[in-house]
Design a protein around this ligand. Structure first.
Ligand SMILES: C[S@@+](CC[C@H](N)C(=O)[O-])C[C@H]1O[C@@H](n2cnc3c(N)ncnc32)[C@H](O)[C@@H]1O
Length: 170
């Protein structure tokens, strides 16, 4: 069935669903193309929240009255419009979950792109030689200090090349 133009999700229905699951420490996020664009800093902040409700719209969206009543923050995943808020909600859940203790190793999160304002250094694995291309010598040396220096230099080099905008506010 093709959705009719102009269909909007009802305020009373959304409000009933909200009342059924809210707690005293709930933060309500509405996934919306009109919200602030999600970034790593926001992901980190949301991971510290006690309880999140993620509201997903469909059709033209949700009746503004219930948005005004219950929503603490609107978040977008980018300047384009999707059919519904479910995929944006999955993006939010996945990115926030990585900061929850026990989901992945803490050091993996700390070194990843954006966590220190830079993109991550390149990754290599076996085989040592692939189509004539060797894994960088320093990574095979076992010299931890030199490996760390190489990673920092690569991180900076890649950020300058791919996302120079990230270095503007550093
Ligand atoms: C077709 S969109 C509604 C767009 C709305 N009429 C507008 O022009 O701003 C339906 C729902 O998809 C979700 N959605 C679409 N694009 C999104 C984006 N970029 N980020 C987050 N949520 C989005 C929202 O929950 C929205 O209510």
């Amino acid at each position: 069935m093709v959705a009719e133009a102009g269909m909007v999700m009802r305020a009373d229905v959304v409000y009933d669903a909200y009342k059924a699951v809210k707690t005293d420490h709930t933060k309500v996020i509405y996934m919306s193309p009109q919200g602030k664009t999600l970034n790593q800093k926001k992901v980190e902040d949301l991971a510290k929240e006690n309880h999140l409700i993620i509201l997903c719209g469909h059709y033209e969206g949700i009746d503004q009255r219930v948005i005004d009543k219950i929503v603490d923050e609107e978040i977008s995943i980018g300047d384009y419009v999707l059919t519904g808020g479910e995929i944006p909600a999955m993006v939010l859940i996945d990115s926030v979950s990585r900061y929850i203790k026990g989901v992945i190793k803490e050091e993996s999160v700390q070194e990843e792109s954006f966590s220190n304002g830079l993109l991550e250094y390149p990754q290599y694995t076996r085989p040592e030689i692939f189509e004539g291309e060797k894994v960088p010598e320093v990574l095979l040396s076992g010299h931890h200090e030199n490996i760390e220096k190489w990673r920092q230099a690569k991180s900076l080099e890649i950020t300058k090349k791919k996302r120079p905008d990230l270095l503007e506010n550093k």
